[in-house]
Design a binder for this molecule. Sequence first.
Ligand code: HEC
Length: 161
Amino acid sequence: MQQLSRRLITLAAVLALFTVAACGAGDRPPQLDDSPEAAAYTMRDGLMQVVAWKLTQMRAMADGEIAADNAVFVKYAEDLTALAGMATEGFIPDSIVPGSRALPAIWQNWNDFERLAADFESSAQALAAAARSGGIAGSDAALRSFAQTCGNCHRGYRAPE
Ligand code: HEC
């Protein structure tokens, strides 16, 4: 009995060490408060993560790295159109919260930022149209120009890592 409890204590200690190691690697997400600015950041970061994931899946289908499915490809392009249409919504004023890579230039050049977001949306629309008419094989050029709209905006408005 005593041996069992000693083993349990050892196990608990090992688990605690693992937990510390897993969380203490310096990549712990910064603490966010419950302000509207933090919520807006969480929303726009999530939106960007979804956009990146869908684009990566589409690229992988086009490159033959995962199974190609035209219907899924069209759906993702339509999802991207909807997401791109929401791109500016999370960028509320004064919302450079801890962890954010947004640059003040966004609010100083709001019209330009909106223009890049509109390019992003129209480019996603063009991708969806190409996908509907030409499938994955016929969407390569549209996929490439859509992917360029990311860098066009990140260059001036997202801080380096
Ligand atoms: C209109 C401008 C704009 C466009 C277009 C845009 N982004 Fe972003 N993106 C930003 C900004 C600004 C941030 C930083 C937001 C923050 O951290 O508060 C960001 C953050 C991200 C992040 C968050 C993770 C990180 O810290 O790097 C990812 C992933 C991302 N973008 C992917 C994409 C991809 C992929 C595309 C194109 C398919 C794209 N974005 C198009 C402005 C844009």
